[in-house]
Design a protein around this ligand. Structure first.
Ligand SMILES: Cc1cc2nc3c(=O)[nH]c(=O)nc-3n(C[C@H](O)[C@H](O)[C@H](O)COP(=O)(O)O)c2cc1C
Length: 315
């Protein structure tokens, strides 16, 4: 059994979070992960409060276990969502794509456990001072919005810079990577790409198929020029976007080119125009399984790896 203080903090059995994933992490997936003993998260993405309330109701109808909400801070509805999570009695929040500093006081006063995603030591220090309960240190291998620093390099530096529990994200899909994250000082992990192919994940079958067929060099980072890089699969769309970035296309046109493309991938499975966000670890994701089975497999694998971890140590 692998148990860390994160389990008590969040009321979960296994120290694993399912990452917020816009257009993908809905109430059904969150409930399945929570029923499997991890912490499921509903992605508030770019949607308004009505969508979030609907997904919270779905999750509550499917599980009695704790689950949380992920707030994507670039959403135009962030102010509305920030209030809705308080009204809805959400207990755990993760935040991505920016700093949640201006909302922290209200959330903490409402007794919410706030766990921001950080991609740098500076952000980790700022969030520690702002009253976060834990931090998710997300490396550049991950799917979605990415920073510059890899998980291997970021996690120990964030652990050294904070007194808070740290959850590692980016590039974790099996027990070896989970064990490594714990060795780097993390008390838990967050996975996105691995849960994209959970049976309960409603991503379009084309999306899942592309993840299952991906290899080690299947992803690309685009969007650096506009200041918000994202990692996705190499597809006709991402190659076109990548070229356009360096071919002098105006910022407005570039912005337009990217708008709505994650929905096209996740909902419509559009192989040409869709943006299939995922992490580098897609090359290791080879099987669609129930979320609970994914969690059990990864933890029993990590337990084996950790029990043999001192095999090269000569005393
Ligand atoms: C399709 C997709 C959408 C994502 N959307 C969000 C999001 O809306 N908010 C957020 O904080 N992180 C988002 N992420 C990042 C994940 O929550 C998670 O941290 C990341 O996937 C972990 O790395 P991994 O993909 O290597 O497992 C997204 C990731 C993916 C793959």
């Amino acid at each position: 059994m692998i148990k860390t203080p994160i389990c008590d903090l969040l009321g979960i059995e296994y120290p694993v979070l399912q990452g917020g994933m816009a257009w993908i992490a809905d109430g059904k997936l969150a409930a399945a992960v929570s029923n499997g003993g991890g912490l499921g998260l509903i992605s508030a993405m770019n949607a308004d409060a009505d969508y979030l309330v609907e997904q919270i109701e779905i999750a509550r109808s499917l599980t009695t276990k704790p689950f949380g909400v992920n707030i994507m801070l670039m959403s135009p509805f962030t102010d509305q969502i920030a209030k809705t999570v308080v009204d809805q009695g959400v207990k755990v929040l993760t935040t991505g794509a920016g700093s949640p500093a201006k909302y922290m006081k209200a959330w903490i006063n409402a007794g919410i456990c706030v766990i921001p995603v950080v991609a740098s030591v500076a952000m980790a220090k700022l969030m520690t001072r702002s009253g976060a309960s834990a931090l998710i240190a997300e490396g550049a291998e991950s799917g979605g919005h990415v920073g510059e620093t890899t998980t291997m390099v970021l996690v120990p530096q964030v652990c050294d810079a904070t007194t808070l529990p740290v959850i590692a994200a980016g590039g974790i899909a099996d027990g070896r990577q989970l064990a490594a994250a714990l060795m780097l000082g993390a008390q838990g992990v967050q996975m996105g790409t691995r849960f994209l192919v959970a049976q309960e994940c409603s991503a379009h079958p084309n999306y899942k198929d592309k993840i299952l067929r991906a290899n080690d060099i299947a992803t690309i980072t685009t969007g650096k020029r506009l200041g918000h890089p994202v990692r996705s699969l190499k597809t006709p769309f991402s190659r076109e976007y990548f070229k356009a970035e360096f071919a002098g296309m105006s910022d407005d046109e570039l912005d337009k080119l990217g708008t709505g493309t994650l929905r096209l991938a996740a909902v419509e499975g559009d192989l040409n125009r869709g943006c299939f966000l995922c992490g580098q670890v897609a090359g290791m994701v080879k099987r669609e399984q129930p979320a609970a089975e994914i969690i059990r497999d990864i933890f029993s694998h990590a337990q084996k790896v950790l029990s043999e971890a001192d095999k090269w140590v000569i005393n």
